[in-house]
Ligand binder design. Structure first.
Ligand code: ADP
Ligand code: MG
Length: 592
């Protein structure tokens, strides 16, 4: 039930419109049905009508007379029909609203999850299982709205049941109360089936999450498995998860079908028994009995349907809560936007006695590094030593536990982090080109960028010659993931992609590692040409980059040592090891 309240709170207006439409439709139908009583009377059965039935008949007749109408069989039949037609129209309207809302809830939940995830801290984000998120996005968002649908239908049926029961009460409160309590008692005994479906639904949510997680893991690591003919290992794992899911679904289907199967005969038997009692023991007048049968039959039938929808809601509900948990988890890990100052990056970037640990794994210990503005600095060191960590600290994806990152004389904690990142061009190690044109691969779909911007970036990246030689220039497609290009060419496209926004800082994280020495040397030469106009920070576990850079740090055991400095800047003064303020430094060297 909590889920219905949650949705009603999130969509108050839509819920109100829906509820009013359902309510009015119930009342309209109820009025149509009360016309049955005078109808029976007009059909000549007045003498067999009970006192209550006669009372209802009188009220209906009075209403009709006051409207200037005299009750006739035709009119009364029309009222019954009109009531049903109007009810159907209103319900159709309400159901359409429900349908729209179902679609909207799915979309809103997906967007909410997406936005929450995109805004999370980097450390949190990289720790998330892709499969869990994919499952939340697809399966859980869809099933969450199914839960809402079940709940909304349940509410609609309940309103109608109340109206029928209300009219039935007017005819015979005793019979109605007996029918209602009997119906509720029967549903109560069948509640185990509802609970079973709900449990199976929970298991479905868990199993789907596990399956999709396994699936994405397996697909991402399929190449070694296939190369060593070990696909069956992935197959075995996936079969296990799929079987688990299948078991949950089977239980769910059993519970649903059992409920449906048991409900109808049991409820019908109950109604027939009631008829027998009313007819034989109470000797109720036929006319009242007729109307009561229609009304109470409906009430009891409605109660059964309410339970089915309740079961449906219960089965899917766990998906909503699981999704909600993922969303709330992500929202709690929102990246804090630090300050509001806008950096300019003229003098340089400095890590001052920075200590950083992933959990209890300390990667940097009191490390100090400086990247003077306009210079080309390299960081070398073996794999796993913390080079990427340094870069992520500079970008502000990670925050140091101790020490400070400075951009000129502003600490990163006082800087508007988005503004800072907009000044960065980033080239990762794994380059993913889109199956699209060179142009789109450079702009990534940013419509503000023109062909001129792209040409300029391609030239700066040393890619213009080979792009211009392609059949349609920058409008040529690069093939699936860039398969039409060599490794060095793909790398240059990626550098152009980083340069096209006119960054102040260009970061290459092992971007040249996978290249052959000649191509790496060519790219290093390109970088040498670019420095001065921008600050370059290149990372490598190879040493080729050392020859090209102005300065180089070697990272080892959590500390950085300056191993080469061909630049004529001494920034910050004293090598930056001792002072914590960045007030005494010279202007950056301009090269190129
Ligand atoms: N998200 C993370 N959680 C825990 N440990 C991590 C995480 N990222 C990196 N590490 C660990 O931190 C160390 C430094 O990682 P990284 O900076 O990526 O090294 P490099 O780029 O020099 O290869 C590695 O030993 C790695 O295992
Ligand atoms: Mg790395």
């Amino acid at each position: 039930m909590r889920i219905l309240i949650t949705f009603a709170r999130a969509y108050p207006w839509q819920t109100l419109i829906m509820v009013v439409a359902i309510l009015v439709s119930g009342v309209v139908e109820g009025f149509g049905l009360t016309a049955l009583l005078p109808l029976v009377a007009l059909a000549g059965a007045e003498d067999i009508m009970g006192s209550k039935g006669a009372a209802v008949k009188r009220v209906v007749n009075e209403v009709l007379y006051s409207l200037g109408l005299s009750p006739s069989i035709g009119l009364l039949l029309s009222i019954v029909l009109g009531g049903i037609v109007l009810k159907s129209c209103l319900l159709m309207f309400a159901n359409r609203r429900v349908g729209y809302m179902v679609a909207r809830i799915t979309t809103d939940l997906r967007l909410q999850l997406l936005r929450a995830l995109l805004a999370t801290r980097w450390e949190y984000f990289v720790g998330q299982r892709i499969g869990k998120l994919a499952s939340a996005f697809g399966n859980e968002a869809g099933r969450a709205s199914t839960a809402f649908l079940g709940g909304a239908r349940m509410a609609a049926l309940a309103v109608q049941a109340v109206v029928y029961a209300g009219v039935a009460l007017l005819v015979s409160w005793k019979a109605t109360l007996v029918a209602l309590s009997g119906g509720v008692l029967i549903l109560f005994t069948l509640r185990r089936l509802v609970q079973r479906a709900r449990d199976a639904g929970k298991r479905q949510t868990q199993a789907t999450k596990a399956l999709v997680s396994r699936l994405t893991d397996s697909f991402l690591s399929i190449k070694p498995l296939k190369s060593m003919a070990r696909e069956y290992l992935a197959d075995a794992v996936l079969v296990r998860e799929t079987t688990r899911l299948n078991r949950a679904l089977k239980k769910q289907i059993f519970a649903k079908e059992a409920l449906r199967g048991f409900q109808e005969p049991v409820l019908t038997a109950f109604v027939l028994l009631g008829l027998y009692v009313l007819l034989v023991w109470w000797q109720m007048p036929i006319a009242d009995l007729l109307v009561l049968t229609v009304l109470l039959g409906r009430v009891v039938n409605q109660l059964g349907k309410i339970q089915l929808q309740y079961q449906e809601m219960g089965t899917s509900e766990s998906a909503y809560w699981s999704l909600q948990q993922t969303i709330e988890g992500a929202e709690a890990e929102k990246e804090t936007t630090l300050g509001s100052k806008v950096p300019s990056l003229i003098r340089g970037i400095r890590l001052d006695r920075v200590t950083f640990a992933y959990g209890d794994r300390t990667v940097l210990r009191d490390a100090s590094l400086a990247f003077p503005g306009g210079s080309f600095t390299a960081i070398v060191g073996p794999s796993g030593v913390g080079k990427t960590t340094v870069v992520d600290l500079v970008i502000g994806l990670l925050r140091p536990q101790k020490g400070e990152v400075w951009i000129d004389d502003l600490p990163l904690t006082e800087i508007d982090i988005k503004q800072w990142r907009r000044m960065i061009g980033y080239v990762p190690q794994e380059i993913l080109l889109l199956h699209d044109t060179v142009f789109i691969n450079v702009t990534l779909g940013d419509r503000d960028l023109t062909e001129q911007d792209v040409e300029q970036a391609l030239r700066a990246a040393g890619a213009w010659d080979f792009v211009a030689a392609m059949p349609q220039g920058m409008l040529s497609t690069v093939g699936e993931r860039g398969s039409g290009l060599s490794g060095g060419q793909r790398q240059r496209i990626a550098i152009a992609r980083a340069l096209v926004h006119d960054p102040k800082l260009l970061i290459l994280d092992e971007a040249t590692t996978a290249l052959d020495p000649a191509t790496e040397a060519a790219i290093c030469a390109t970088l040498r040409d670019l420095r001065g106009a921008l600050t370059i920070l290149a990372i490598s576990h190879q040493t080729a980059i050392l020859g090209a850079a102005d300065r180089a740090y070697r990272l080892q055991d959590g500390v950085a040592t300056l191993v080469a400095d061909h630049s004529d800047v001494s920034w910050p003064a004293g090598g930056g090891q001792d002072d914590t303020s960045v007030t005494t430094h010279t202007a950056p060297r301009k090269v190129g």
